[in-house]
Design a protein around this ligand. Structure first.
Ligand code: NAD
Length: 452
């Protein structure tokens, strides 16, 4: 099929690249000319594991091109996917990118005679596809839905850090379609996928996405509350608790599969809390949606409150070890999770803000997010280390924020060798507490009682 993708950020570029690799011809459209240029030269403007290789292949094979010309991209395609941003501004979902892009797509469809399907991939609240996207397109193209064009809400479930793999091997595909003809086109588009296809209404598809994200966010906040409880009981190890709980077959369905390790722990794990461009904004949006509909969302309120306070537990741990003013504190990891350079709503920021407020000298490092970090407003006044060794040099404490595998190379000996005071605050249960403590490092973890 010929596809156009409007909005080539984390979702649009990964989706476009994977669909091109699956044999579709893809035109990626963005308003930012600089990223269009980068994509055309085979360089992804974002970091995502495996993306650069796949993108360079599909560019070389002429299966994907990028452009700022939305009209011609839509005119020359059968399906247009809307992948623009839906940020939260003042506790409300800002739909201006969706509205503007829908109007532009409608304008392009005006001159088109062949049947076309517009697919909303952006995360939008129930009703948005039918109440905003549909009328915006109808007004601009002067044709009602069903008159030569169809509509589909097809939420995206990829996880940054594993986005390419998730996109190529999804667990399920949800399509909320306006009619049977649009459904047929979507079935053809995803004909090569070997996963369940959920065919439903646009509103239900929109809801599925919010419910999925809110469920995972709830599990994370639940895990953090449990971790905090475990830390208050000497002799209780939260990791053992998770293992004991998670092996229940209702939580670990993979257990039944031969050859799969039984100790798969996914979401039940304590730490600094969730961040990124999706969970915080999507839970807040669903909560706001509930309020507008007169539905109480006490659980979602608590999920967000627990998440907001969780990163500050790292500061509590630090203050128990030292007077913070003028101490050099290394922050390892800035991206909201490993495998991505996305800094949006990363738990690193509340930690760094609190350290700066208390007069610490902050030095930061991230294996891939440093170029973005150097331009980030919130990071003015911090030092940027060239590598983790540089960050640890003469540090009085080190906060491990993102569990990048690169940091597994850090040994207790490195801490003793490089740091002024070997104090490790582990926000992810990342290092082995026993070996660090035995070697003379002061290891403190969120969700753990102090080891003495
Ligand atoms: P993003 O901000 O990285 O990308 C959006 C892109 O759209 C930008 O490059 C922007 O320049 C472009 N754009 C905006 N208006 C445009 C227009 N009129 N024409 C052409 N391009 C335009 O956003 P993202 O992280 O890719 O998220 C996109 C949507 O997908 C959001 O609704 C988000 O909630 C949802 N989503 C994101 C993820 C994720 O992990 N990032 C996962 C699932 C769903």
């Amino acid at each position: 099929m010929n596809l156009s993708i409007v909005g080539t950020g984390y979702v649009g570029l990964v989706t476009g690249t994977c669909l091109a690799a699956a044999g579709h011809r893809v035109a990626c459209v963005d308003v930012r000319a600089n990223i269009v240029e980068m994509i055309n030269s085979g360089r992804p403007p974002i970091y995502e594991a495996g993306l650069e290789l796949l993108l360079s292949q599909v560019i070389r094979d002429a299966m994907l091109t990028a452009t700022t010309d939305l009209d011609s991209a839509v005119a020359n395609s059968d399906v247009t996917m809307l992948c623009v941003g839906t940020p939260t501004v003042n506790s409300q979902t800002d739909l201006s990118q969706i509205q503007l892009a829908s109007q532009s797509i409608g304008g392009a469809l005006r001159k088109k005679t062949a049947y076309h399907v517009v697919v909303v991939k952006s995360t939008v609240l129930p009703g948005t596809t039918e109440d905003l996207v549909q009328p915006s397109i109808e007004n601009a193209c002067q044709r009602k839905l069903g008159e030569g064009w169809g509509l589909c809400m097809n939420p995206e479930f990829l996880r940054e850090g594993q986005a390419v793999e998730d996109c190529r091997w999804p667990d399920r595909i949800v399509i909320g379609v306006s009619d049977d003809r649009a459904a047929e086109v979507m079935r053809q588009l995803y004909a090569g996928s070997h996963c369940p296809l959920v065919v439903t209404t646009p509103k239900t598809a929109e809801m599925i996405k919010y419910v999925a994200n809110s469920l995972f966010a709830t599990l994370i906040s639940f895990s953090n509350e449990v971790g905090n409880l475990c830390a208050s009981v000497p002799g209780v190890d939260a990791r053992e608790v998770w293992r004991g709980v998670h092996l229940d077959r209702r939580l670990t369905p993979m257990r039944a599969e031969p050859g799969k390790p039984a100790e798969v722990v996914h979401y039940l794990w304590h730490g600094l809390g969730f961040g990124g461009s999706c969970f915080p904004k999507d839970v807040a949006a669903l909560r706001g949606f509930g309020k507008r509909n007169g539905v109480a969302t006490g659980l979602l309120d608590s999920v967000l409150t627990t998440n907001e306070t969780q990163p500050l537990r790292m500061i509590d741990l630090l203050e128990k070890e030292m007077d913070v003013p003028n101490k050099k504190v290394a922050v390892l990891g800035l991206a909201f999770k490993p495998g991505t350079d996305d800094l949006r709503d990363s738990p690193a920021f509340p930690v760094i803000r609190a350290l700066k407020k208390r007069g610490a000298k902050v030095v930061v490092h991230d294996p891939v997010a440093m170029p973005l970090a150097r331009r980030h407003d919130e990071l003015s006044g911090v030092d940027f280390a060239s590598d983790w060794q540089d960050a640890l040099k003469e540090a009085d404490a080190c906060c491990l924020v993102t569990s990048w595998s690169e940091y597994k190379a850090i040994t207790p000996e490195h801490c003793l060798q490089f740091m002024r005071q070997p104090v490790i605050l582990d926000g992810r249960g990342f290092f082995d507490p026993t070996s660090f403590t035995r070697a003379g490092v002061i290891w403190r973890g969120i969700g753990y009682t102090p080891i003495v």
